[in-house]
Design a protein around this ligand. Structure first.
Ligand code: FCB
Length: 453
């Protein structure tokens, strides 16, 4: 099974999850510093203070990527390294790190793919309301313009936001991520301002007039009823509305899904944060869509869930893990067919545009065995199945251009701290030793062959 000649294979990480060095070279505080240092928020009290220490181990990590034959690296820029207080002139020392990163990738012929926002909002902006404050969209566009000016010569792929659903709903709706608010109304306002920030940032970057590829990354989950019942089908439709269409419709059609908005309006949510012309900005054309895919949302109707801090409770719905499914160390079901489904859906219902899988992977209970190896055969078979599912979508006409495995390294898995390992490279946190797992060797072969056996 072969992939197209210029197909781009790589891995992904995010600043707060790997960099560490949170107090160095003028970096300001982010909402994740505050959140992870608040007792009870993150498993085991873990923080990103040190993480994988990539800030100090950059050369070693770049060499390892190169040894493994990686063709691309998706990383994110920490906004508080560039604007410690979330606005104003750039902190040049913050840029020095990303210049070294980008130059180091180029020297090794690894394509940089840069994400501007992977959840680490400057705390100073959160103090003014964070993403519930319309001004944050403007601040984000300003920040995007600054980073673009500094790095656009050397970076060809630009992603404005990583997973706005997670930023908005996990952070402002469910409170399990930073900044930790539990309010659907705030999550909706955050959704809108994130999307608006994306649109305004796109306009800034586009005005430079170069040939760089500009896009956004969504986490998409096909939604389906857990039982063959009308009530569950309707619940699946509501979940699809919040998780997928609330992001796809404004980006590709310039409108918010009416069923989602009326659901919340009926519950007394004031949606007046949407101003005239906002949707014109939000729907500016993008060059590619990034998709992060992990699993499907299988749901049932659940009116009794109201008020619970679990996903979709405010939609009277509840996620169900299918009994038969294999589960990862996160408890997420393994469902490669959902990847084909979502890729084909974008082409059929939204737009036939270039797509990159910007994240896909699984957590495994990895350990270094007595021979010194990490034998993660579950991850190998997971990736194999998902690469095949992606290929199937390409056979059905989807213009898939590349695939970034989550993740290059084991890292700080947000509310799960260091307890969940997603890397193809094992990190022994005490010593910061990197040990490529079996999946890294296997992936390296896939890339070399540009295909699967
Ligand atoms: C995604 C995030 C990424 C990582 C994976 C497992 O939602 O974008 O940072 O945590 O999940």
């Amino acid at each position: 099974m072969r992939f197209p000649e210029n197909f781009l294979w790589g891995t992904a990480t995010a600043a707060y999850q790997v960099e560490g060095a949170v107090n160095e070279d003028g970096r300001g505080a982010s909402i994740w510093d505050t959140f992870s240092h608040t007792p009870g928020k993150v498993h085991h009290g873990d923080t990103g203070d040190i993480a994988c220490d990539q800030y100090h181990r950059l050369e070693e990590d770049l060499d390892l990527m190169s040894e493994l034959g990686m063709q691309a690296y998706r990383f994110s820029v920490a906004w508080p390294r560039i604007q410690p207080e979330g606005s104003g002139p750039a902190n040049q020392k913050g840029f020095d790190f990303y210049r070294r990163l980008v130059d180091g990738l180029r020297q090794r012929s690894i394509e940089p793919m840069l994400t501007l926002y992977h959840w680490d909002l400057p705390q100073a902006l959160e103090d003014l309301g964070g993403w519930t404050n319309r001004d944050t969209s403007e601040r984000f566009a300003e920040y995007a313009g600054i980073v673009y000016e500094a790095l656009s010569d050397n970076v060809g792929f630009w992603i404005t936001l990583n997973e706005p659903w997670v930023s908005a709903w996990m952070g402002y709706g469910l409170g399990v991520h930073a900044p930790g608010h539990k309010d659907s109304a705030r999550a909706l306002a955050a959704t809108h301002h994130l999307l608006l920030g994306h649109g305004l940032a796109m306009e800034r970057m586009r005005s430079a007039g170069d040939g760089n590829q500009l896009g956004v990354t969504l986490n998409l989950h096909p939604a389906r009823p857990s039982r063959d019942r009308q009530a569950d089908r309707e619940a699946a439709r509501r979940v699809d509305g919040q998780a997928n269409r609330l992001y796809l419709d404004p980006l590709f059609r310039g409108e918010f899904p009416e069923d989602v908005f009326s659901h919340y309006r009926e519950r007394g949510v004031d949606l007046s944060f949407v101003h005239d012309d906002d949707l014109v900005s939000i729907s500016v054309p993008i060059d590619f869509l990034g998709i992060n895919y992990y699993f499907r949302n299988t749901v049932r109707d659940a009116p009794e869930e109201q008020g619970q801090s679990v996903p979709f409770a405010d939609l009277d719905a509840r996620p169900v893990i299918p009994d038969a499914a294999e589960k990862t160390a996160m408890g997420w079901p393994v469902e490669p067919e959902g990847l084909t489904e979502i890729l084909v859906r974008i082409k059929e219902e939204y737009a036939d545009l270039p797509i990159y899988v910007t994240e896909n992977g699984r957590a495994v209970h990895d350990y270094i065995d007595p021979e010194g190896d990490v034998d993660d055969e579950e991850r190998v078979s997971y990736l194999d199945a998902h690469f095949r599912a992606a290929h199937e979508a390409m056979d059905r006409g989807v213009d898939l251009r590349g695939y970034m495995v989550w993740s290059f390294l084991d890292n700080f898995e947000w509310a799960e701290g260091y307890s969940k390992r997603f890397g193809i490279v094992f990190v022994e946190y005490g010593t910061q030793r990197r040990v490529p797992k079996s999946s890294a060797r296997w992936y390296s072969e896939v890339i070399r062959r540009n295909g699967l056996e």
